[in-house]
Design a protein around this ligand. Structure first.
Ligand code: ADP
Length: 436
């Protein structure tokens, strides 16, 4: 539990201002009365021959006056106005620190922990109130920042850590004055997690580098062929035909890449919009099978459909679902086509609640090594060097599939055994019928 050190100089609750003023006036009246009585009876006693008693009474009367004068002048050194707002302040330092979602630590001038919040404890599990901060924190940047704050400077510094995982943090240390005890100084330490921002920056840089790399190769090849056609192959009809067909292929590749990139960016934009149309997955599977039959025939692969004649309704964007099925079946043909057969199966799983529909695409090709499987849906990731060399695709297909499925509250499960083939399963929530 986050906690705070017992404050040594916690101010005791102060009386309210009007009450304090009334007490002061009463004390003044009482003092005046005592002075008058003391002086009167002292003078009487003195004149009546009781010199000793008279002297004592007059001495007491004057002592009271001196006390009153001295006491008031002392009270004036702490003006009421400056005390009142302090004492009636509705929050204490602990409440303020606890209210912050980010890690906050308040230290005294000896760098002992005074107060810290829950987020600070999560970050530094060994932190304890009343113990030096250095017992729990070993980060040189933080220790240097608090040393500088102790000299009166506000310091902001960034640091990163590799263990247990890559993290980037920003620390800010600022000196805090105690108004009631100006000689006593505190240090406020606040921390900010920069990891998501840094990761996003790195992803953006990688993304631009990958996209331009993918475009550069076909572009360079196009420029090369154009130069050849204008020069050496100018009058060679056979070479011209061959080059033009390669150029067309390269142009298609670039167009595909640009389309994929646009799809990804479009999907990211609407990631938080739920799909609303009703779609029959069975009908989509049959449509995709028909459109890919020419490629299957070319590769001499048979596609078998395993499903009932009933509809498999889901709430989905039709075009996006076509894209998912198309990408997976096309991959099975491209990368698993040497297995000569592909099976597409659709099943309802009413046992699960809410009811799910499972679409699986199984091929009997080369399969995928286990270490690649968790990374397949990363952008530009290709599992086999062969695919990379043959430039079969840019490695964006499964990234698109994943984005679409996340938007549809679905998931993709990949199972594979090298040498035996792969099984890609899409799990989607079935559309609720009126009976459910
Ligand atoms: P692309 O869009 O380039 O086809 P994907 O993102 O669809 O890329 O797939 C990423 C990588 O996953 C491919 O480069 C391939 O190595 C591997 N892969 C995908 N599907 C299969 C499969 N059915 N069998 C073997 N490898 C596959």
């Amino acid at each position: 539990m986050p906690s705070s050190a017992t404050p040594n100089e916690a101010p005791s609750p102060a009386p309210s201002a009007p009450l304090r003023e009334r007490t002061a006036i009463l004390r003044l009246w009482l003092g005046g009365l005592l002075f008058f009585l003391g002086a009167f009876f002292g003078a009487l006693a003195y004149l009546g021959g009781q010199r000793f008693i008279g002297t004592v009474l007059i001495f007491i009367a004057f002592s009271i006056v001196i006390y009153l004068i001295f006491h008031r002048s002392q009270r004036r050194t702490i003006p009421l106005k400056s005390v009142v707002p302090q004492a009636s302040h509705p929050f204490d330092s602990e409440a303020v620190v606890m209210a912050f979602p980010e890690p906050i630590i308040l230290l005294d001038s000896n760098f002992f922990v005074y107060v810290f919040n829950q987020a600070a404890q999560q970050l530094f599990p060994n932190i304890h109130a009343g113990k030096p901060l250095s017992f729990a924190v070993r980060v040189p940047e933080i220790l240097s920042a608090i040393r500088q704050a102790a000299e009166g400077k506000s310091i902001t510094a960034d640091y990163s850590e590799r263990i247990p995982k890559d993290t980037w943090m920003q620390v800010h240390a600022a000196p805090l004055m105690n108004k009631q005890k100006p000689d006593k100084q505190y240090i406020l330490l606040s921390l900010k997690d920069l990891t998501p921002i840094r990761k996003a920056e790195r992803m953006r840089v990688d993304f631009v580098a990958n996209a331009s790399h993918e475009l550069r190769t076909p572009l360079a090849s196009l420029v090369g062929f154009i130069e050849t056609l204008r020069g050496a192959a100018k009058d060679d009809a056979i070479a011209r035909d061959r080059f033009l067909s390669i150029m067309r292929e390269q142009s298609h590749r670039m167009a595909r890449l640009v389309n994929d990139l646009l799809s990804l960016s479009h999907l990211e934009q609407k990631a938080h919009h739920k799909p609303y149309g009703e779609v029959d997955l069975r009908e989509i599977v049959m449509q995709v099978r028909d459109s890919l039959l020419p490629l299957a025939e070319k590769k001499q692969v048979t596609i078998t459909l395993i499903m009932n004649k009933e509809p498999y309704p889901i709430t989905a964007d039709r075009d996006e679902m076509v894209r998912v099925v198309e990408n997976l079946v096309e991959n099975a043909l491209k990368y698993g086509g040497d297995g000569e057969k592909i099976e597409i199966e659709l099943v309802h799983t009413p046992i699960e609640s809410p009811t799910k529909i499972r679409l699986s695409i199984r091929d009997y090709g080369a399969g995928i090594a286990a270490e690649h499987i968790p990374r397949l849906t990363e952008r530009f990731y290709r599992a086999d060097a062969d695919a990379l060399q043959k430039k079969q695709g840019a490695g964006l297909g499964l990234a698109i599939v994943k984005h679409i499925l996340v938007r549809h509250q679905g998931k993709l499960i990949v199972e594979s055994q090298p040498g035996k083939g792969s099984l890609f399963t899409v799990v989607l929530p079935a559309k609720k019928t009126h009976d459910e």
